[in-house]
Design a protein around this ligand. Structure first.
Ligand SMILES: [Zn+2]
Length: 380
C-alpha cells in the first residue's frame, strides 16, 4: 500500500467517516487512461459521497485543461466537497472556487515542468548519440543491460537480403511477398487484435528508407501538441551519428532513395483510389480500424460512411453504428471517434503529395481546434 493510501486510511479512521478508497495503479496522463479516477468521478456525479479526501488537489488531475474542467464540473454539480489535510474546498463558495482554480493551475504547471525535464533529458541523451526512441527498427534491438542498440544476428542476413534485392531490381511488392512467404515476423504491421498481417510495400519501403541503418539517430520527429500528434519539421529535429552498428553504406542509401523516388513519380496515382482517411479512423468503442463504404441515395447523392466490422472473441459485434461522413461528421471528427496513428503520420511524410488530401484535412482541423482552444482559454 502506498503512503498516500495509508494517510487517507488514517484520516478516514480518525474522522470515523464511512469511506471507500480509490487507488490508481496506472499513472496515465489523461482521465481516459485513469480507470479509478473515472470510477470516482462517476460515483461523485451520482452523489454517493458528501466529500472526497485527497492528500493534495494536484493528485486529482494532471496536465489537461479539459480534465480539470471535468473534475471541477463534477464536484460542483454534485455538491461534493474536496477535503485535503489543509482545507475543505466547497466549490459553491466563491473563495474556495478560486483557490481550487489556483491549485489546479499549479498542478498543471508542475506537471508540464516534469514533462519538459523528461524531454530535455531525452534530447541531451540523443545529442550524445544515445538511443532514446523506444523500440529500434528491424533488425536492431535495444539491449537493456548495455543500454545500447544491437543487431539481432538472426535478422541481420534478412535485412541485408532486403537491401540487396532492392538494389538488384526486385520491387517492393515482391520483397514483401518473399518476406511473408518466409514467415519473417513484421516489425510494424501488428493489427489491434495482435495478429500479424504480413509485410506490406510500405513496411519494406520504410525499412529501406530509414536513416537509422546508416548510423543516425533522429529525435523529435513527432510531437504532441494540445493532445494531437503532429510531425516536426525536418530542420527542428535532432539528428546525430549514433553509436550503433551501421548496416548500409551511404552509397547504397543514395541508390535506394533514388529508386524509391523514381517509383513514386512513375506511379503517382497508385493509391489515389483509396479514401483519404483510410487508416486514420479508429473505432471509439473497440479500437479497431474503421472501414469505408460509398453509398448513394436520392437526397444526398453519393456519400461515404465509416463503419466498424469488428467482432469480439465471443462472437458479438462491436456496437459502433456506421457514421455518414457529412459536414457534421468532419466537424466532430477530432473530438469524437479518432486518434491519429503516428505510423500513419510517418507514411504521410513518406508519401508527401500522395496524401495531400489527408494532410489538408488534418491542417484544417488543427486550425479549427486552435481557434476553439483559444476561445476556451490557455492551452495545456
Ligand atoms: Zn468497433
Amino acid at each position: 500500500m502506498s503512503s498516500q493510501a495509508f494517510s487517507i486510511r488514517y484520516l478516514g479512521r480518525e474522522s470515523k467517516l464511512d469511506y471507500k478508497l480509490y487507488e490508481e495503479v496506472a499513472s496515465g496522463e489523461k482521465i481516459e487512461s485513469r480507470k479509478e479516477m473515472q470510477k470516482l468521478l462517476r460515483h461523485v456525479e451520482d452523489q454517493l459521497y458528501d466529500g472526497v479526501v485527497v492528500m493534495d488537489i494536484d493528485r486529482l488531475g494532471r496536465g489537461e485543461n479539459k480534465d480539470w474542467a471535468l473534475i471541477k464540473d463534477t464536484f460542483l454539480n454534485s455538491e461534493t466537497v474536496i477535503i485535503t489535510p489543509n482545507k475543505i474546498y466547497d466549490l459553491e463558495i466563491d473563495n474556495d472556487d478560486v483557490s481550487f482554480d489556483f491549485m489546479s493551475i499549479f498542478a498543471r504547471i508542475e506537471y508540464k515542468m516534469i514533462k519538459r525535464r523528461m524531454k530535455q533529458g531525452k534530447e541531451a541523451g540523443a545529442k550524445k548519440g544515445m538511443w532514446t526512441n523506444g523500440k529500434p527498427p528491424f533488425p536492431y534491438y535495444y539491449d537493456k543491460n548495455t543500454r545500447s542498440v544491437l543487431v539481432d544476428e538472426t535478422k541481420r542476413p534478412i535485412y541485408r537480403a532486403i537491401v540487396e534485392k532492392y538494389l538488384n531490381g526486385t520491387n517492393l511488392g515482391h520483397i514483401a511477398i518473399w518476406l511473408t512467404d518466409n514467415k519473417i515476423p513484421t516489425p510494424y504491421n501488428i493489427k489491434p487484435d495482435g495478429k500479424n498481417k504480413g509485410w506490406s510495400n510500405i513496411t519494406v519501403q520504410r525499412l529501406l528508407a530509414s536513416e537509422i541503418h546508416l548510423g543516425y539517430i533522429t529525435y523529435g520527429k513527432i510531437r504532441s501538441k494540445r493532445g494531437q500528434v503532429e510531425l516536426v519539421p525536418e530542420e527542428e529535429r535532432i539528428k546525430v551519428m549514433g553509436t550503433h552498428e551501421k548496416l548500409k553504406t551511404p552509397e547504397e542509401h543514395e541508390v535506394i532513395m533514388e529508386r524509391l523516388l523514381k517509383n513514386r513519380m512513375l506511379n503517382p496515382n497508385s493509391r489515389s483510389n483509396i479514401f483519404p482517411l483510410s487508416g486514420l479512423l479508429y473505432c471509439e468503442k473497440c479500437g479497431s480500424r474503421m472501414r469505408f463504404r460509398v453509398g448513394e441515395n436520392k437526397k444526398q447523392g453519393q456519400y461515404w460512411s465509416a463503419l466498424c466490422y469488428h467482432q469480439y472473441k465471443d462472437g458479438s459485434k462491436c456496437e459502433q453504428r456506421g457514421k455518414v461522413m457529412d459536414a457534421d461528421f468532419f466537424n466532430a471528427l477530432y473530438d469524437r471517434i479518432i486518434h491519429v496513428d503516428p505510423n500513419i503520420l510517418r507514411e504521410i511524410e513518406l508519401h508527401g503529395s500522395r496524401y495531400n488530401d489527408t494532410q489538408a484535412i488534418i491542417e484544417v482541423k488543427e486550425q479549427e481546434l486552435k481557434k476553439a482552444e483559444a476561445g476556451a482559454g490557455q492551452a495545456a
